[in-house]
Ligand binder design. Structure first.
Ligand SMILES: Nc1ncnc2c1ncn2[C@@H]1O[C@H](COP(=O)(O)OP(=O)(O)OP(=O)(O)O)[C@@H](O)[C@H]1O
Ligand SMILES: [Mg+2]
Length: 265
């Protein structure tokens, strides 16, 4: 069989990983997300773009219930992952966050060794039975984060002693060590130099073969390079969502057009 490129019709049929319906988020009186509905595909990278303060991080945090940790945040609407309501009373947010991993703007390794940073999640969630299995998970996660060769001889050294780009890859390794299904990344390259950024972008492209990846970025070039779907947010609303190439070459909404051409934001 030839390895054909999938047609648009086929990519449309991709499995929906996350379905959000009529989501509103309030911080006290601030209405930060307004009636957002979106389907996020599996095995694809979805980019969230839009001007500062439009709600990208807020909406991203809805997807693994990180807003639960903000006292004044209130969420309405429904978010399903694989058809399951993630805000249902029976869902444990800690277990949910092992399934829906997150990588932040600023690399935030724990003040532990490189090994223990990656081993942390599998340990607390009891995902391994013995040291050999844990060693294996740590190695595989670091390999997939494209940094095994750089750190394999110094796994006992502190994660905080790595360069910025290495720290961010360590955080990605830590996030994927719990075998999540979804990876959320909030401006993961904004603290990195162009070389580290290129490495992370390459990694994101590889990760999508196993995960649904959602990335917030202020860089149009980055969104265009790494994502297959793009969602444009403005003032808390989801203005436009579609194939990345279409959003960047032929947007339907004037606000999207203005943003991607740099007229505001
Ligand atoms: N913890 C919080 N408490 C109160 N208001 C918040 C909080 N986090 C965000 N907001 C408000 O919610 C709105 C959306 O903020 P959010 O951080 O989601 O925007 P963003 O699109 O990620 O912006 P940026 O590109 O600057 O990161 C803003 O008006 C912001 O001030
Ligand atoms: Mg943000």
């Amino acid at each position: 069989m030839t390895n054909m490129r999938m047609t648009d019709a086929q990519t449309q049929k991709r499995e929906i990983k996350i379905a959000a319906r009529d989501v509103d988020v309030f911080y006290g009186d601030t209405h930060a997300i307004k009636n957002v509905s979106v389907d996020i595909a599996d095995n694809m990278v979805t980019a969230f773009i839009g001007p500062s303060g439009c709600g990208k991080s807020t909406f991203l945090r809805c997807l693994n219930r990180m807003n639960d940790t903000i006292d004044i945040a209130r969420i309405e609407g429904r978010i399903e992952i694989d058809g399951e309501d993630i805000y249902a009373a029976a869902v444990d947010p800690v277990l949910l966050r092992a399934r829906v991993g997150m990588v932040f703007q600023k690399p935030n390794p724990f003040p532990k060794s490189i090994y223990d940073n990656v081993a942390y999640g599998p340990r607390i969630h009891g995902l391994v039975n013995n040291k050999a299995e844990l060693d294996d998970v740590v190695e595989q996660s670091l390999r997939r984060a494209a940094m095994w060769d750089e750190v394999k001889d110094r796994l006992d050294q502190p994660g905080t002693g790595l360069s910025g780009g290495q720290q961010q890859r360590l955080c990605i390794a830590r996030a994927i060590a719990t075998a999540p299904e979804v990876l959320l990344m909030d401006e993961p390259c904004s603290a990195l130099d162009p070389i580290a950024t290129a490495q992370i972008e390459e990694l994101i492209d590889e990760l999508r073969s196993n995960y649904s990846v959602v990335i917030v970025t202020h860089s149009m070039q980055q969104a265009a390079r790494v994502s297959q779907r793009t969602a444009f947010f403005h003032l808390g609303t989801l203005v436009e969502y579609g194939e990345t190439t279409q959003i960047f070459t032929n947007p339907e909404d004037q606000r999207t057009q203005d943003y991607i051409t740099g007229r505001f934001g």
